[in-house]
Design a protein around this ligand. Structure first.
Ligand code: ADP
Ligand code: MG
Length: 346
C-alpha cells in the first residue's frame, strides 16, 4: 500500500517547508524566494519587483451567509496588498483568478468585482489579468499582487537584530472577535430564522473582519521620514505566529510586554463577554492586517512620532525564545498558534 501521511501532522508552515525543501534558485535576478511575505526580483534599475499571492476558499476563509460579495472582493485584494506593504514596498498591479460553481449569477460576480475595483482605486493598483474557471462547489479567489521597492529599502523577516525595538501598528484582535460574532449570529439565525441579527453594537469588530484595510499609511510614513524597518511582517495569523516568523528568520529571541499590546476598547469589552482574555485575541486571533516591524534603537525618535504605532517589546538573544512579559509581572513562553486550514477532509 502506498504511504498516506495526513497533512495535519505538519501544520501549514511545516507543510510549506516540507514541500519546498529542495527548491533551488537558479536565476540571478531572483533575490528572495519562498519564506517572506513576498518574493523580491531584481529589476536591474535599482528596484526590486515584489510579488505575493494568496488564495481564499469558500467555507474555509469566507462564508457568504455573512460576507457580502462586495466586501469579499475588497478583502481579497487588500489582504494581498498588505503582503506587499509588509516588504516596505508599494503595490502597482494585481491579477485575479476565480473558480466558481454554477450557483453564482452574473449579478453576484458583478458585486464581487465592484469590491475588487473599489480596492484597486483606493490603493492605486491596476487589475491586469487573471483566470476564470468553474468549480464543482463554492468559490475560490486567488489574487497575485505585484509591487516595487527601491533596493536597500526592502524590509524582510530576517533582518531583526539584537536590541532592536519591536513595534506594531493599529490594534489587534478585533477581526477575530468580529468573526466570532458573525458565527454566533449565523448559528442563531439557523436555529431561529425569525430573529434579527444584533450586530449594531459591534460595528467596529465586524468591519475589521469583513472589510479590512492594508496599512499604506505606515509605509508612506517610513518613506517620508527615511526610516527602513530592520524587519517587517503583516499580522495575518495573529501576533504570536508573526513574532515566531521574525524570531526564526532572524535567529533572535523576542520579549513582548502584555500591557503594551494595542487592543481596541470594543475588543476588550467583547472579549470579556465571550469569556476570552483580550490578549489571547491579539496573540492568536489573526486577520488584523496591521504591520509588525522592528527598528534599530537609533531610529526610536522616528517611531515615537509615528501616528498609530505602538512599541511593544525588544529583540533579545535567540536563547530567550519568544516570550510575553505579563501584566502580572511574569515571563511566559508564547505558543505560535496560526489558523488550522486543514480542518475539513472533504
Ligand atoms: P503570508 O501569510 O504572508 O501570505 P504564507 O504563510 O501564506 O505567507 O506563506 C509563507 C511563504 O511560503 C511565502 O513566501 C509563500 O510564497 C510561500 N508558499 C506558501 N505556499 C507555498 C506553496 N504551495 N509552494 C511554494 N511556496 C509557498
Ligand atoms: Mg504576510
Amino acid at each position: 500500500m502506498s504511504k498516506h501521511t495526513d497533512v495535519n501532522t505538519l501544520g501549514e508552515f511545516g507543510l510549506i517547508d516540507h514541500l519546498t525543501q529542495h527548491v533551488e534558485l537558479s536565476n540571478g535576478e531572483t533575490y528572495l524566494g519562498i519564506g517572506d511575505d513576498a518574493a523580491l526580483i531584481d529589476r536591474g534599475d535599482g528596484y526590486y519587483s515584489v510579488i505575493s499571492t494568496d488564495m481564499m476558499v469558500e467555507g474555509i476563509h469566507f462564508d457568504l451567509m455573512y460576507s457580502p460579495l462586495k466586501h469579499l472582493g475588497y478583502k481579497a485584494v487588500v489582504t494581498n496588498l498588505s503582503d506587499i506593504y509588509a516588504m516596505n514596498a508599494t503595490p502597482d498591479q494585481i491579477t485575479v483568478s476565480i473558480a466558481i460553481s454554477s450557483k453564482y449569477s452574473v449579478e453576484a460576480l458583478e458585486e464581487l468585482y465592484q469590491g475588487i475595483n473599489t480596492a484597486c482605486k483606493r490603493y492605486g493598483v491596476d487589475l491586469i489579468g487573471g483566470d476564470t474557471t468553474s468549480s464543482p462547489k463554492g468559490m475560490i479567489i486567488s489574487v497575485t499582487a505585484i509591487g516595487k521597492v527601491e533596493k536597500g529599502k526592502e524590509a524582510v523577516r530576517s533582518g531583526a537584530a539584537l536590541d532592536d525595538i519591536v513595534c506594531v501598528t493599529g490594534d489587534l484582535g478585533a477581526a477575530y472577535l468580529g468573526l466570532q460574532l458573525l458565527e454566533r449570529e449565523k448559528q442563531l439565525y439557523l436555529s431561529q430564522p425569525e430573529t434579527q441579527p444584533d450586530l449594531e453594537q459591534a460595528s467596529y469588530l465586524v468591519e475589521r473582519q469583513l472589510k479590512p484595510e492594508a496599512n499604506k499609511a505606515a509605509v508612506d510614513y517610513f518613506t517620508k521620514v527615511g526610516l527602513v524597518p530592520t524587519a517587517m511582517i503583516d499580522v495575518s495569523d495573529g501576533l504570536a505566529s508573526e513574532l515566531f516568523h521574525i524570531a526564526k528568520a532572524s535567529g533572535v529571541g523576542i520579549i513582548i510586554e502584555e500591557s503594551k499590546v494595542p487592543i481596541h476598547p470594543d475588543t476588550q469589552e467583547m472579549a470579556l463577554k465571550f469569556n476570552i482574555d483580550p490578549i489571547t485575541c491579539a496573540l492568536n486571533g489573526g486577520e488584523d492586517y496591521e504591520l509588525l516591524f522592528t527598528v534599530n534603537p537609533r531610529d526610536l525618535d522616528k517611531v515615537r512620532y509615528m501616528p498609530d504605532v505602538f512599541i511593544i517589546g525588544d529583540i533579545v538573544e535567540h536563547a530567550n525564545g519568544v516570550k510575553l512579559f505579563s501584566t502580572g509581572g511574569k515571563l511566559h513562553p508564547m505558543k505560535a498558534q496560526g489558523w488550522n486550514h486543514f480542518e475539513s477532509k472533504e
